[in-house]
Write a protein that binds this ligand. Structure first.
Ligand code: G6P
Ligand code: MG
Length: 216
């Protein structure tokens, strides 16, 4: 039996969600907008462009397209500056054993991320070869909770939505998986991610018996 395991990137595979937060917070501060970790939950899983709009709405700021473009570039440059030296140590605890177990069991593995920086991150952390398909922010036009990113991944893997399992740390991503009729697994705070079918604080809490049950 072959299932498709679709992984979000930021905050699921790698510990980059904190860098997105820092870069957005820096920008918000410069714009005089209060931006807290609670506000940040709304940005998780959401595209860069949409994230900026949410922050500007938060501060009641009405900006020109020119300013917005400038800020998007600035945020991404700040974000990338945190990633210069990343390596496999950026992979979150428990992720690698699960990825390797799925490979051993001949299961399909895909990335389903809103990030346009996904490929270089997978390369730098050395796990790019583990993926059978990659769908990222360069491939989709609709941000999560729109299920486009996951639907594309399932299609690339030639599998039905019902046979796909999604790992997500964002509310928007869990909603996208649910809309697509895929199995949704929340990674992180169970209260924030209460819409997920299953929830684990992190991958160290997922054992191989659980994975076997998903496969069979
Ligand atoms: C992911 C992250 C978001 C990020 C988005 C776009 O979904 O959870 O925080 O804004 O990707 O990432 P990018 O690297 O293209 O700015
Ligand atoms: Mg994420």
């Amino acid at each position: 039996n072959k299932k498709a395991f679709i992984f979000d990137l930021d905050g699921v595979i790698v510990d980059t969600a904190k860098y997105h937060f820092l870069a957005w917070q820096k920008l918000a501060q410069e714009l005089g907008i209060e931006f807290t970790p609670e506000h940040n939950e709304e940005l998780k899983g959401v595209s860069r462009v949409r994230s900026l709009d949410i922050i500007l709405e938060l501060g009641g700021v009405d900006a020109s397209q020119e300013d917005k473009n400038k800020w998007l570039i600035q945020k991404n440059e700040d974000y990338l500056s945190y990633l210069v030296d990343i390596d496999e140590s950026e992979i979150l605890p428990g992720v690698l054993p699960i990825l390797k177990y799925l490979k051993d069991k001949n299961q399909l593995i895909a990335l389903g991320s809103a990030s346009k920086n996904a490929r270089p991150i997978l390369e730098k952390t050395g796990i790019l070869p583990l993926f059978d398909a990659i769908v990222d922010g360069n491939d989709v036009s609709n941000a999560k909770p729109d299920p486009e990113v996951f639907l594309r991944a399932a299609k690339l893997l030639n599998t039905t939505n019902e046979n796909a399992i999604v790992f997500e740390d964002s509310v928007a991503g869990i909603q996208a998986a649910n809309i697509a009729n895929m199995t949704s697994i929340g990674i992180g705070d169970a209260i924030i991610l209460h819409e997920a079918q299953y929830n684990f604080e992190d991958f160290t809490f997922i054992d191989f018996d659980f994975i076997d049950a998903l496969i069979n």
